[in-house]
Write a protein that binds this ligand. Structure first.
Ligand code: GAP
Length: 546
């Protein structure tokens, strides 16, 4: 990022996004609607590239992850089982002076509507006591709008994965450990949407639920659970191993996800690996790592430095979710693990007893935490005993590691990271300030622009169109013949196009046969130019954008 000053940089980015067609306010002709954003032609391409790269990395390039594309509206019991109906809320306060409605935990970050130089916490208006505000959008399914028809727009894509776990397992020929990935819309009625698209009311998520064996099963099969500290002392974790417990898998996914962000152009120094403190963990999480990106806004440390805002959360969710769906739906979520059954038979009785006991304690703990009114300790004990007995025969509910990322936050991070202002000579050689988006070619909305030097020379235009048509099936190409060539370069710089291909008189062989059928390729970042043969263009470009 070219500048460190918070407001001007963000304002410039927002203005550029609007001007160049990355992001528009939704419903703008009617005054907009708070917390909703549309992606214009360049934004739609950028977003599509981000999702495609995530999908390829997480599913197509792996043997152990398959995809899902589920509905946005699901059976409302799903949200009861997941805990969203009862606990997915933010503390909200009303200001009696300005009539504004705010999140109680963010009062010292939000500008006061009456005195924007102050925060809401500093503004004198009397506030109501905080009350819980559920973030789920409600709707009704069918013609009758009563309690029985109530449904929710999903606030996360994850729950559909849990609800379809058994179907996917049975139809995909996968075995634990394996994952199910999904990209899709999520909706949250955020009390105070803010920071541009960062906190929106409608957004997209890219979520993986990766199902693993409980540690007791790993220990029964491998004789031990690899100590994560020892593994980490040897360096990056590398390929998954059978003796990994949940901690190694969790760390593995943190490493994988950071590698992904680096591969699409977010430098490591812009990312922060933040381990949530025990008091910050969600009720289902054993550990959560947030990957933060240093956006040009957000919280600062005591030295005034930006500390980063969440791009993605990677949670170790134990067997909480599948257990909840088993209890609420009455449908079994256990898997049968032949390796566990075979290994168990070979364990000595003391080892069997120790592992049985640990598994029993784990299940009892879960069942106690989620006990329904009227459920007695004896009933809980009996259920936990049944689970542990089933475990000894090879049956268990898999545990889950969940890397959950936001598409819109990532798109915003990529734009903020790419934004730069520098000096570049104009056509007369005078230095001028230009705005450039230095996207990694992998995610750039347009990979190459094809530009005939002039538009009034038919052979030149014909040649340029021929090149565009050859490249078009393989990469996103933009054809532009309007205006001076320097101006066209600047337009592509602002769009983040890494390569401009100029078709000129040399291409036609007018200055000699040796340059015939060659073009100029201009690099976005430093304006450097080189000449390439037209027939070498496609492989040259493909090598640089993959
Ligand atoms: N299934 C877990 C889950 O949904 P989360 O931390 O609430 O966890 C995951 O959300 C990711 O979704 C976040 O890291 C963020 O990137 C994105 N996200 C969440 N709320 C958002 C919002 N209001 N606007 C944009 N993105 C959001």
């Amino acid at each position: 990022m070219a500048e460190t000053k918070e407001l001007p940089l963000m304002e410039k980015i927002v203005a550029l996004c609007k001007r160049r067609g990355f992001i528009y306010p939704s419903s703008e002709i009617y005054g907009g609607i708070n917390g909703f954003w549309d992606y214009g032609p360049l934004g739609a391409e950028l977003k599509r590239n981000v999702k495609e790269l995530w999908w390829n990395t997480m599913t197509r390039l792996r043997d152990d992850v398959v995809g899902l594309d589920a509905t946005i509206i699901m059976h409302p019991q799903i949200w009861k089982a997941s805990g969203h109906v009862d606990t997915f809320s933010d503390p909200m306060v009303d200001c009696k002076t300005c009539k504004g409605r705010f999140r109680a935990d963010q009062l010292d970050e939000i500008p006061c509507p009456q005195k924007p130089s102050k925060t809401v916490a500093q503004c004198p208006g009397e506030k109501t006591p905080p009350r819980a505000f559920n973030l789920m959008f409600q709707t009704w399914v069918g013609p009758v709008q009563d309690e029985s028809a109530l449904a929710y727009l999903r606030p996360e894509t994850a729950q559909a994965i849990f609800a379809q776990f058994k179907n996917v397992l049975e139809t995909s020929r996968q075995k634990v450990p394996f994952g199910i990935a999904q990209i899709g819309k999520a909706f949250r009625n955020e009390v105070t949407p803010r920071n541009y698209t960062f906190r929106s009311r409608e957004f997209e998520q890219m979520e993986l639920e990766y199902f693993i064996r409980p540690d007791e099963a790993v220990e029964a099969i491998c004789g031990r659970v690899a100590a994560v500290e020892e593994l980490l002392a040897r360096g990056p974790l590398g390929e998954p191993q059978p003796d990994w417990g949940w901690q190694a898998w969790h760390k593995y996914w943190v490493e994988e996800r950071i590698r992904f962000y680096e591969s699409i152009g977010l430098p490591r120094e812009t990312l922060v690996e933040y381990w949530q403190k025990p008091e910050e963990l969600a009720h289902y999480a054993r550990a959560t790592v947030d990957i933060l990106f240093k956006f040009p806004f957000g919280k600062r440390n005591e030295r005034g430095e930006l500390i980063g805002e969440e791009l993605e959360g990677i949670a170790a969710r134990s067997d909480f979710d599948l257990s909840q769906h088993e209890r609420y739906s009455g449908k079994p979520m256990r898997v049968f693990d032949e390796e566990l059954r075979a290994a168990w038979a070979k364990l000595d009785p003391a080892r069997q007893q120790a592992l049985w006991q640990r598994y029993f304690e784990h299940r009892k703990n879960y069942l106690t935490r989620t006990a329904r009114p009227g459920e007695t300790p004896e009933q809980i004990e009996r259920a936990a005993r049944e689970d542990a007995d089933a475990f000894a025969k090879g049956h268990y509910i898999p545990h889950v590691i969940e890397p959950s990322a936001g598409v819109d936050r990532l798109v915003l991070a990529l734009i903020c990271n790419a934004y730069a202002e520098d000096q570049m000579p104009d056509e007369k050689g005078n230095l001028e300030t230009r705005v450039v988006l230095r996207f990694h070619p992998r995610i750039a909305p347009i990979k190459a622009a094809v530009l005939p030097l002039v538009r009034n020379k038919p052979e030149l235009v014909r040649k340029a169109i021929e090149i565009r048509d050859t490249l078009r099936p393989h990469l996103t190409v933009f054809y532009d013949d309007a205006g001076a060539i320097g101006r066209r370069y600047r337009r592509q710089d602002e769009a983040g196009t890494p390569f401009c291909i100029t078709v000129d008189f040399d291409t036609l062989g007018e200055k000699g046969p040796e340059l015939k059928d060659t073009v100029t390729v201009r690099y976005r970042d430093d304006g450097r130019q080189e000449r390439l043969r037209i027939d070498a263009l496609l492989p040259w470009l493909l090598e640089r954008i993959r």
